[in-house]
Design a protein around this ligand. Structure first.
Ligand SMILES: NC(=O)c1ccc[n+]([C@@H]2O[C@H](COP(=O)([O-])OP(=O)(O)OC[C@H]3O[C@@H](n4cnc5c(N)ncnc54)[C@H](OP(=O)(O)O)[C@@H]3O)[C@@H](O)[C@H]2O)c1
Length: 369
């Protein structure tokens, strides 16, 4: 019999707390026999997202709420190891809501409701190693960056683009996409010297601002004296307010997330410098990546092409082992990740082609030379 390691919710995350190992219990459970229409999936890699806090907090209203004693919800990538479903075969690679566990029993048809697309079981059409790409560079983190930079931000040639949480999952890809769109300068804001160095050494940004050390306002004044054209914000709060003071005429402020204030209660007051949107004839717009689900395949095709051309680099930050899942999630709220944080649960199937074994792939440094 297969034994399944699982993280189950022990207690809800209260106001002022962030999720961590103390909220979950690590245990084992047998894998139930498959019923007709079900598949058994072995987890290979799990994603992390600040949004997962909403599933387990005392004020969760989301329809993805996890109840006490349930396995923590989490989207991931896995391999079908048994199937009683005509549409899925053993060794298919799927992306689905697998949860923090080694094995998940899924009933694909039952979860194909498009309004719950986050829970859908999707067969990965052309999987490559590392399978972290399904979640990161060719997955939801990149789609979010794509929508933020290209669809809503409409970054164009010559723009000065500022990205907050630039060394995070969405941010590190957004910086690269801004470059691809022809931005003249990409300025990344991140917490700490190591992250800032990483952004520069990997060639993701032209300039960096370490907000833990420097005044973001002073740095923006120095680095973009004519103002910024696009600000992609994942942080909100004071950082957003500061950026609003540095808009060029016609700037686009893109609201991707607001991790610094999203979980504060009562909600902090809004930005005081919003009037600059009027003075600078600018706009501020939020987006939700799931609204673009029909276009994800088109986004993915372009992302793959840019990778093949050496214009995108991988920015995965891999936490090894299911046992570290709660800590890996909690780290997002303390800035503990550099790049897109994923949790490696088991090894990629070795027969899959490697991402760099595809014809025509150049490295990013070759492309820039
Ligand atoms: N709109 C959408 O459809 C959509 C889709 C995906 C993600 N999101 C949002 O996009 C944001 C980024 O998501 P992600 O998955 O890529 O996470 P991430 O950026 O990899 O991780 C969070 C990062 O935020 C920074 N941070 C955390 N607390 C902070 C604080 N109090 N003040 C300033 N910075 C703080 C940290 O970086 P530093 O160490 O540099 O501070 C941390 O590494 C999140 O807000 C997420 O909810 C939105």
């Amino acid at each position: 019999m297969i034994t399944n390691r699982q993280w189950r919710l022990k207690r809800l995350v209260s106001e002022g707390e962030h999720p961590g190992p103390e909220h979950f219990e690590f245990g084992q459970a047998p894998v139930p026999d498959l019923q007709p229409g079900e598949i058994l999936v072995q987890t290979i890699v799990l994603g992390t997202s600040p949004a997962q806090r909403m599933y387990v907090s005392t004020e969760r209203q989301f329809h993805f709420a996890v109840e006490i004693g349930e396995v923590m919800s989490c989207r991931g990538v896995g391999r079908v190891v048994a199937s009683r479903h005509a549409g899925f075969a053993v060794d298919d690679i799927v992306q689905a809501s697998l949860g923090w566990q080694d094995y998940a029993v899924l009933a694909p048809e039952a979860s194909e409701d498009p309004s719950h697309n986050v829970r859908n079981v999707r067969k990965v059409p052309a999987p490559v190693r590392p399978l972290t790409t399904v979640l990161g560079l060719f997955g939801q983190l990149a789609y979010s960056a794509y929508v933020g930079v290209i669809e809503v931000g409409q970054v164009r040639s010559g723009d000065t683009v500022v990205v907050s949480a630039a060394a995070g999952g969405v941010g590190s890809i957004a910086c690269q996409l801004a470059r691809i769109q022809g931005a003249e300068r990409v300025i990344g804001i991140a917490g700490g010297q190591d992250k800032c160095r990483w952004l520069l050494e990997r060639g993701l940004c032209d300039e960096v601002i370490d907000y833990r050390q420097d005044s973001v306002g002073d740095a923006l004044g120095r680095l973009c004296p004519d103002g910024l054209d696009v600000y992609l914000d994942s942080v909100g709060g004071d950082m957003l307010d500061t950026a609003l003071q540095h808009l060029a005429v016609g700037a686009r402020v893109v609201l991707c997330g607001m991790i610094s204030t999203e979980y504060q209660r009562p909600r902090p007051p809004g930005p005081t410098h919003y009037f600059n949107l009027l003075y600078q004839r600018s706009r501020m717009e939020g987006f939700f990546v799931f609204d673009y689900v029909d276009r994800w395949p088109a986004f993915e095709a372009r992302l793959r092409e840019w990778y093949r051309q050496g214009r995108l680099v991988l920015t995965d930050d891999v936490a090894e082992g299911l046992e570290h899942a709660p800590a890996a999630l909690g780290a997002l709220f303390a800035g503990g990740n550099t790049g897109g944080r994923v949790i490696r649960v088991s090894q990629d199937p070795q027969h899959l082609p490697h991402i760099d074994d595809q014809d025509g792939t150049q490295t990013a440094s070759e492309h820039r030379e």
